[in-house]
Design a protein around this ligand. Structure first.
Ligand code: AMP
Length: 195
């Protein structure tokens, strides 16, 4: 199972990726999580990425491509992976194809969680409230200003990634506005028909 999950911030990629991990026993590769870990550990990549991430912009392609290249070589990816938050630019999508080609692999599916933009800010606020209520740490980029930049980055740089996969007839759109269980069921159906 080699899968890409696309969709704007707040579309539910992380939630659905966690369910797919359970079901298929392959790891979730979230470049956002990898970068947040690098920031927390103050690695050179983390130090370089922190300000960019806090502002809601995209870190340079070569940084995330390097992270994914390293991760794809790890033994837990032997049976596949779920990419969550990567690729986010057409250059990243092309790099991914090359990284996979080098390993003799292709993607099984590219799923886009389609969501009304108007719902996204509310979802972000809800996530902040729930995280606070649970006593967790709120993401530095889950604030209205950074979220606006993240949406702009999505529109300008990541929406073309969906178009890129659609042109190659590799894209399946999923209704991300449906309740979580229904989104999961629709993803299951899409994956069964993808073989
Ligand atoms: P996420 O957790 O996927 O929402 O990512 C959080 C932040 O990490 C993004 O707003 C970007 O600053 C950075 N980031 C994560 N993945 C990528 C990527 N594939 N390309 C560029 N920046 C990324």
């Amino acid at each position: 199972m080699r899968l890409v999950l696309l969709g704007p911030p707040g579309a539910g990629k992380g939630t659905q990726a966690a369910r797919l991990v359970e079901k298929h026993g392959v790891p979730q590769l979230s470049t956002g999580d990898m970068l947040r870990a690098a920031v927390a550990a103050k690695t050179p990549i983390g130090l370089r990425a922190k300000e960019i991430m806090d502002a809601g912009a995209l870190v340079p392609d070569e940084v995330v491509i390097g992270l994914i290249d390293e991760r794809l070589g790890a033994s837990d990816c032997a049976n596949g992976f779920i990419l969550d938050g990567f690729p986010r630019t057409v250059a990243q999508a092309e790099a991914l194809r090359e990284l996979l080609e080098r390993r003799g692999l292709t993607l099984d599916a590219v799923l886009e969680l389609a969501v009304d933009e108007g719902a996204l800010v509310d979802r972000m606020r809800k996530r902040v409230d729930e995280t606070r209520a649970a006593g967790g740490a709120v993401r530095a980029d889950d604030n209205p200003e950074s979220f606006k930049t993240r949406l702009e980055a999505y529109r300008a740089q990541t929406a073309p990634v969906s178009a890129h996969y659609a042109r190659r007839s590799e894209l399946t759109k999923i209704d991300g506005m449906a309740p979580i269980e229904e989104v999961t069921a629709e993803i299951d159906r899409a994956l069964s028909s993808a073989g």
